[in-house]
Design a protein around this ligand. Sequence first.
Ligand SMILES: [Zn+2]
Ligand SMILES: [Zn+2]
Length: 87
Amino acid sequence: MNTAKNIIEIICPCLIKNNNKLSEKDVNEYIIDKKINSECHICLEEFNQGETVSVIKCGHFYHTHCLYSWFLTRKVCPLCDIELIID
Ligand SMILES: [Zn+2]
Ligand SMILES: [Zn+2]
């Protein structure tokens, strides 16, 4: 289950990390430093500079606001259905 870290390394140059170092939480938030050529599978919009994304432990990432509205109904990854523990 270390896929998340691999993906984070791939997208890392595009993201500014929060001050706290990578935690073992199921969901970690980042701010996008430059446009990522990828889309959020919840709203189907591309990720743009300055937006906040949440990277979850399976390695998938979504806009934070999209993910949290999704979490209101189900606390799983929208793509792979993995269960998530959120603070
Ligand atoms: Zn979105
Ligand atoms: Zn997933």
